[in-house]
Design a protein around this ligand. Sequence first.
Ligand code: ADP
Ligand code: MG
Length: 367
Amino acid sequence: MCIPGPDVMELQAKKGQSPANTWNPLPSDDVLFGNSAAMVEVRKKALRICRTNVPVYLAGEGGTGKEAMARWIHHNSHYARGEFVKVNCAAIPGALLESELFGFEPGAFTGANFRKPGRVEHAEQGTLFLDGIADLDLSLQSKLLHFLQDGTFSRIGDHAERKIDLRLLCASDKDLEEETLAGRFRQDLFYRVHVFRLTLPPLRQRREDIPSMAEFFCRHFQTQFGVKAEPFSPDALSYLQNLPWPGNIRELSNVVARYVLMGPESMLYPDDVPGKNKRKLIIDQNGTHVTLKRMAKDAIKEVERNVILEALRANQWNRRKTAQELRISYRTLIYKIQDAGLGSRRTAVAGAHGQVGVSIENKRNGA
Ligand SMILES: Nc1ncnc2c1ncn2[C@@H]1O[C@H](COP(=O)(O)OP(=O)(O)O)[C@@H](O)[C@H]1O
Ligand SMILES: [Mg+2]
């Protein structure tokens, strides 16, 4: 038997709730996509798939904008008339997640003394965004697979089959292919959710987009906090452009929020610099205070050195490849390597111990 899905808005009105997922304001397309080559590609692909109903898998490191992109796809699709329903699979434990996704009937399990429609029902004619899908446990993976095969499911404790029409978008910070190969993710489900893959590049691969994004966040937070901030100086923008950004756009947004509230000096403390190292950034080797301008210059140099070192390591110290990846000329790279004292693999390792500030690896290890 097939029961049509309930009217979600009616259900919510009855319970006096606001819609399951209220809209986050999305930045304009110009800000969202930027102008970097990597994002021009993403934009082309996104435009091609948004009007279809194919499931899209959004790949990319944490904070690269997967959820923002999912919202953009929803907003620009035929499913925009329905809700955008996000379910964070990584944050909800297995048993609870099943009842959250598919709902339950009274008496389905101990404590179930009322009826609860699942999130899939809330997404009728809309978009279901399964974030952190790689963390879905295996039993739930098979129930999801069944649902994706024919659009039908049953609430827990209910024999009736319900049919729902929705658009599925999934994302994960993990490598889903690797999870599938390791047997932690069903291969048949992998093919279902992975019909089309859109990969969001890390911020360090789209550095040219950083100034416009920083300015967008600056306007946004001034409005949100009701304060006025100084416009970014060219030095500040270049400083931001050269940070490694392991936390990607989320980290940039946090840094700019601090800038708006606390001023330019706050930007010298990126999220991942542990407390004891912060002091090194504002006191030089002789223990005397240095000017803000000087600190910014030193910090930019230090960040640049770390970025180059990381790229050199990633490319097995192949300088031509490294220059290409960093989008600078080979000659510029050689100059910068000499300037930063990174002559060879060996001197780079030795040099890292005597540096003011912290190397990327030290920061990541919390050293
Ligand atoms: N292209 C973008 N332009 C401006 N802000 C963005 C963009 N992409 C993401 N954001 C913002 O950055 C933060 C992290 O984005 P999010 O989509 O949650 O990343 P992810 O899902 O990959 O972890 C959010 O606050 C989001 O609003
Ligand atoms: Mg996310």
